[in-house]
Design a protein around this ligand. Structure first.
Ligand code: CMP
Length: 140
């Protein structure tokens, strides 16, 4: 059975542009509940750790520099079928391929500065949520 939690980051481009509120509104209107949330900033080392699975990819160094270039919002979200439904809400990684009305179609600037992150599996949702939040930081 699909899990009911996913993890998201509002990335530096969207935070800097002042789109965090509009993005969170879309997330809540799509039926996701916020279980934990904070504004924070990654160091290049922490960004490297978060995206370690991509370390052999040609875009890894740029991605770590970009993700540590400014504040972000990290959040754990709850909804039935959370991982899949959230990926539908945000749209394709490359905004050029994202469906109309999706968060990335509306807010992303490029394949790298693509406004939001969404976990790609229940397992990674748990790992990524635990990366940012201890049990005492969670509302639920
Ligand atoms: P995200 O869903 O957070 O997962 C990995 C991130 O790497 C992705 O969003 C983009 O920000 C970035 N990314 C993925 N593919 C590319 C690419 N081809 N070029 C640059 N950045 C990429």
């Amino acid at each position: 059975m699909a899990g009911n939690r996913t993890f998201t980051m509002i990335k530096p481009d969207a935070f800097e542009a002042g789109n965090s509120g509009a993005i969170l509104k879309m997330i809540e209107e799509a039926g996701f509940k916020i279980v934990a949330m904070k504004a924070t900033r990654l160091t290049p080392e922490l960004a490297g750790k978060f995206y370690e699975v991509h370390k052999e990819r040609p875009f890894y160094a740029d991605l770590c520099a970009y993700m540590s270039s400014g504040p972000i919002i990290a959040a754990i979200l709850e909804k039935d079928n959370a991982v899949e439904d959230f990926r539908t809400l945000i749209g394709a990684t490359n905004p050029a391929n994202a469906a109309e009305g999706t968060i990335r179609k509306i807010f992303a600037k490029s394949i790298e500065a693509n406004a939001v992150h969404g976990s790609d599996s229940d397992e990674n949702a748990a790992i990524e949520g635990n990366f940012y939040f201890s049990q005492t930081e969670r509302v639920i």
